[in-house]
Design a protein around this ligand. Structure first.
Ligand SMILES: [Zn+2]
Length: 279
């Protein structure tokens, strides 16, 4: 069989032990944080395929009413990513800034940004507001992946995000923390896929934070079952650095009762495909 050597090579390439993409990195202190994050990964012997870096969250907030400040911070993040080639810069807007927010989405997309993140809890907006849908649709038209916090701090978090994804079928979404301790909700997706012309299968997840809690817990079998139900191809590893280290997140993934091929997809393969990164 001529194809066998090729298959073995492919398996070897996708299963390099240290190769990892972190979907969820907060850089509170810009260049200093990027250097510290990359140094942490190197000292844990992790080979970074890349990481999604955000300037907001923690002490830096993207509040409503000052789109010029958000624009400047997005620009600084895009500039920082030029100094750190492994970084995929993540931009944000405040959906209630209306036209200014829509214009900023188009501007960052034009500058090559691939991810827009919105955070209903810290940015204090309602994910069910029509201005959020307008941003999500515009971002999707421009090819941006729209990332949302999905830690279920706000009531109805997962329900509102699911409805948003249904209303913006052409947009790719990525829900961070996969619902946290409410991850069970997302087992609705296999049912949604069977409904006629309802769900576009446009939802991805990162496992940040949640994975460190559920690994080796009584919930682990149900969590692994959930990952397979939402689709292993839709799941990306994340750390939520500096709250959690990438090393502890990788270690938690290793502890989950998944196959090596599934782990490799979650660790790096799915991010490569979603963001078109070089293998
Ligand atoms: Zn976070």
């Amino acid at each position: 069989m001529r194809v066998l050597p090729f298959i073995f090579l492919l398996l070897a390439a996708t299963a390099r032990a240290g190769d990892v993409f972190d979907m969820h990195v907060h850089l509170h202190d810009a260049a200093n944080s990027a250097r510290a994050f990359e140094a942490d990964a190197a000292s844990a012997k992790l080979e970074l395929a890349g990481y999604a870096g955000m300037w907001f969250g923690g002490p830096n907030q993207a509040a409503q009413g000052d789109p010029a400040a958000i624009r400047a911070a997005n620009d600084a993040q895009l500039a920082l990513a030029k100094e750190h080639p492994k970084m995929l810069p993540v931009a944000t807007v405040h959906p209630y800034d209306g036209e200014a927010a829509l214009a900023e989405v188009a501007r960052v997309a034009g500058l090559g940004c691939k991810v827009l993140k919105l955070h209903p809890h810290t940015q204090q907006f309602d994910a069910a507001d029509p201005r959020v849908l307008a941003i999500a649709k515009r971002a999707g038209e421009l090819g941006l992946v729209v990332m949302f916090d999905n830690a279920n701090i706000l009531p109805g978090d997962s329900e509102k995000l699911f409805n948003l994804a249904v209303q913006a079928p052409k947009t790719k979404f990525l829900f961070a923390h996969i619902g946290a301790m409410n991850f069970r909700f997302w087992n609705v997706l296999p049912m949604a896929r069977t409904a006629d012309a309802f769900f576009a299968d446009n939802i991805h997840f990162d496992l940040s934070g949640t994975i460190t809690v559920v690994a080796d817990s009584p919930l682990e079998p149900e969590f692994v079952w959930t990952l397979r139900n939402v689709g292993i191809d839709r799941v990306l590893l994340g750390s939520d650095y500096p709250q959690f280290s990438l090393a502890s997140s990788v270690e938690a993934l290793d502890r989950l009762d998944l196959t090596e091929a599934e782990k490799a997809k979650i660790r790096v393969g799915n991010a490569r495909r979603l963001f078109g990164l070089a293998p």
